[in-house]
Design a protein around this ligand. Structure first.
Ligand code: SF4
Ligand code: SF3
Length: 570
C-alpha cells in the first residue's frame, strides 16, 4: 500500500505498511482499486460523450464511492468489495452503451432501462482504445487485491512526482467535493455540472498527454467546483433547516440514556431526532455535528441536549464515558480499542467499520434507527466530562445581521484584524500551535472559524469586542463557504477592489480531503497568502509546492509568536 492523502501521513511522507489512521493494507488497496474503477468510469463518460444528466444512479454511486475513501470514513473491507463490484457493473453498462452507439444498432437493455434516446448514448469510441481502468475485470476479493497490487493502479502508478502530485491533489479535491455533494443530495439538492466535473477531473488523471500546466489549470477548476458545491450544500442546509443563528450549546449532560451522533450529515440527524422524540432517549452531537445546534429547525426537539466531547481524535476516551450508542454519519472514525465500545458503534451512509452495524436507507431514503434507540435504553446515561456552554452560529446571515456593528468596530479601530482559522483538528502535538495562536492573538482581533479545527480554542475564554465575540464559529468545514461570503461582503461594504486588501489573515489547519477542496475553493475566490499547517501536504512535490507558494503566497506555519508578529505586520 501507499497512501499520503492526509496530514498524518507517516513521517510526513506516506503510509506504506498500515495507516497512521488505522487503515489496513487490504482496505488501502481496495480503496485504490475503487478509485481506479471510478477513473475508468470517468474516461468512458468523457470519451463516450455521455451526458451526466442522464446518469442518475452512476452519479450518485460515484459520490458514495469517493466519500468512502476519505480518511477515517470507512474501514470495512467487505463494504469496499461490494462497492467495487457495484461500480464495475455500472462501468460495464456504460461501456455497453457506448459500444451500442458505435454499432448503430437499436438501444441495448441498459439504454432502454435508462430511457435514453439513441442520440444521447454517446459517440464513437472503441472499447479497445480505453484505458485499462475502463476494461479490467475482477470478481473475487483475492482478484481485487491482486489487481490493486499490480503496477498501474495505486498512487505510485504515476512515475513523475510532479504529475503524480497534481493528479492526487485533483483527486483529493474531488473526494472533498463528492462528500459535500452527497450531503446536499441527501437533502434533495444536486447540480449536474458537478458530476460532469468529477468525470472530467478523474478522466484527466488517466491522461498521459496532459501537461503539468493543464493539470494546474484543472486544479484551479476543481476549486471553482468547490465553491459551487459549498454553495449548493449551504442552500440545501439553510432552505431545509433555516439559517444558523447565535446559539449557546450545552456541553454538560443530563441523566437520561442517550445517543451520540457524529460526522456531518444533517439529514441523518433529523431522522434520528424524529425517531427518538418522546422515547426518553436524549441525543448529543459529537465533533463536526456540533453546528447542528445552530439551526432553528433542530431547536424544537426537547431531547436534543448538547455537544459531548471534543474533536474526532479524542473519541477513544470520550466514547468510553459516553456509555451509550454512537452513530457515525461520516468521518472521522478512530478504530475502537475495546469490544465493548465497538458494540456501541453504528455507521450509516458512506461510513463503515468492520463488525459495527451499518444502517442503510430504504429506497425512499428512510433509515430505521430503532436498534440504536433500543440499545440506548438498556445502557447508562452519559458520564459528564465538561460543564458549561459554548457559543456559535455565526454563519453568513447571522454575521450580515451584525454587519453594522462589525463595520463600526473596524472603522473605529476596535477590531484591527480578522483571522480565518478554519479546517480540521488532529492528533499531532504540533497542533497545540493553534491553541497558543488563538490565545496569544491581540485582543483587538476576531477569529472566524469552521470545521473541527475550532476544538483547539472554542473552550478558551477569548472575550468579546463591544459585544461581538472574539471567536465566531460559522459551522462545519463546508461552512467555510460562509467565511468566504463574509469576506466578500466586507469587501463590498468597504468598497475594495481586491479581497486581499481586507484586514483578514488566513491561518488554516488541514487534515483530510475536505480541507483540500476548501483550500482550492479559497484559491479560486482569489484569496492569497494562506498559511497552511501544521505541515504542508506530503502529496505536494517540491515543484508543485513551489507553484502554490509563488502563485498564491501559500506558506506553512512557524511559532505562534513569530506568526502573530508577521500577520500583525510587526
Ligand atoms: Fe496514512 Fe492518512 Fe492515508 Fe491513513 S489516510 S493511510 S494516515 S496518509
Ligand atoms: Fe474534522 Fe474529520 Fe476535517 Fe469536517 S471531522 S473537519 S477532520
Amino acid at each position: 500500500m501507499f497512501c499520503y492523502q492526509c496530514q498524518e501521513a507517516n513521517k510526513g511522507k506516506g503510509c506504506s505498511v498500515k495507516g497512521v489512521c488505522g487503515k489496513s493494507e487490504e482496505v488501502a488497496k481496495l480503496q485504490d482499486l475503487l478509485i481506479y474503477t471510478l477513473k475508468g468510469i470517468s474516461e468512458i463518460v468523457v470519451k463516450g460523450d455521455l451526458d451526466a444528466k442522464e446518469l442518475g444512479e452512476v452519479n450518485h454511486e460515484v459520490l458514495r464511492s469517493l466519500f468512502m475513501t476519505i480518511t477515517n470514513a470507512n474501514f470495512d473491507d467487505d463494504a469496499f468489495v461490494q462497492e467495487i463490484r457495484k461500480m464495475l457493473t455500472l462501468r460495464n453498462n456504460l461501456r455497453d452503451m457506448v459500444d451500442a452507439a458505435n454499432k448503430k444498432d437499436s438501444p441495448n437493455f441498459f439504454q432502454k432501462l435508462l430511457g435514453l434516446k439513441k442520440e444521447q448514448t454517446g459517440k464513437k469510441v472503441s472499447v479497445s482504445d480505453l484505458h485499462d481502468a475502463a476494461r479490467f475485470q475482477v470478481s473475487s476479493k483475492a482478484e481485487m487485491l491482486k489487481k490493486a497490487a499490480s503496477t498501474g493502479v495505486g498512487v505510485l502508478a504515476t512515475a513523475n512526482e510532479d504529475v503524480r502530485s497534481l493528479r492526487e491533489l485533483i483527486t483529493y479535491g474531488v473526494k472533498g467535493l463528492a462528500a459535500y455533494a452527497e450531503h446536499a443530495l441527501n437533502l434533495g439538492k444536486e447540480d449536474v455540472t458537478l458530476y460532469a466535473f468529477i468525470y472530467e477531473a478523474l478522466a484527466a488523471t488517466l491522461d498521459d498527454q496532459l501537461s503539468a500546466d493543464e493539470l494546474v489549470a484543472l486544479t484551479l477548476k476543481t476549486g471553482q467546483s468547490g465553491v459551487t458545491v459549498m454553495a449548493l450544500l449551504d442552500e440545501a442546509n439553510t432552505s431545509k433547516y433555516g439559517n444558523p443563528e447565535i446559539t449557546e450549546v450545552n456541553i454538560g449532560v443530563r441523566n437520561n440514556p442517550a445517543i451520540l451522533i457524529s460526522g456531518h450529515d444533517l439529514a441523518d440527524l433529523e431522522q434520528l431526532l424524529e425517531q427518538t422524540k418522546g422515547t426518553g432517549v436524549d441525543v448529543y452531537t459529537h465533533s463536526e455535528m456540533l453546528p447542528a445546534h445552530y439551526y432553528p429547525a433542530f431547536k424544537k426537539y426537547d431531547n436534543f441536549v448538547g455537544n459531548y466531547g471534543n474533536a474526532w481524535w479524542k473519541q477513544l476516551e470520550e466514547f468510553e464515558s459516553f456509555n451509550g450508542p454512537i452513530l457515525f454519519t461520516t468521518n472521522c472514525i478512530v478504530p475502537p480499542r475495546s469490544e465493548e465500545v465497538k458494540a456501541r458503534i453504528f455507521t450509516t451512509g458512506s461510513s463503515g467499520y468492520p463488525g459495527c452495524k451499518h444502517i442503510k436507507a430504504d429506497i425512499n431514503g428512510k433509515k430505521d434507527f430503532s436498534k440504536i434507540i433500543e440499545l440506548a435504553k438498556r445502557l447508562k446515561a452519559p458520564t459528564g466530562i465538561e460543564t458549561g456552554k459554548i457559543v456559535g452560529g455565526f454563519a453568513h446571515e447571522q454575521v450580515f445581521a451584525l454587519a453594522d456593528k462589525v463595520v463600526d468596530a473596524v472603522k473605529s479601530g476596535a477590531i484591527k484584524k480578522f483571522f480565518v482559522m478554519a479546517g480540521c483538528d488532529g492528533r499531532m502535538k504540533s497542533r497545540g500551535y493553534y491553541s497558543e495562536f488563538a490565545e496569544k492573538l491581540p485582543k483587538d482581533t476576531v477569529i472566524l472559524t469552521a470545521g473541527c479545527a475550532k476544538y483547539k480554542y472554542n473552550k478558551l475564554d477569548l472575550g468579546d469586542i463591544g459585544g461581538i465575540p472574539r471567536l465566531l464559529d460559522a459551522g462545519q468545514c463546508n461552512d467555510s463557504y460562509s467565511l468566504a461570503l463574509i469576506a466578500l461582503k466586507l469587501k463590498e461594504v468597504f468598497g475594495l477592489e481586491d479581497i486581499n486588501d481586507l484586514p483578514i489573515a488566513y491561518n488554516i489547519s488541514w487534515y483530510e480531503q475536505k480541507a483540500v477542496i476548501v483550500l482550492l475553493a479559497l484559491l479560486h475566490l482569489g484569496v492569497k497568502n494562506i498559511h497552511l499547517g501544521p505541515t504542508l501536504p506530503a502529496f505536494l512535490s517540491p515543484n508543485v509546492a513551489k507553484i502554490l507558494i509563488e502563485t498564491f503566497g501559500i506558506a506553512g506555519i512557524g511559532t505562534a509568536d513569530d506568526d502573530i508578529a508577521l500577520f500583525m505586520g510587526a
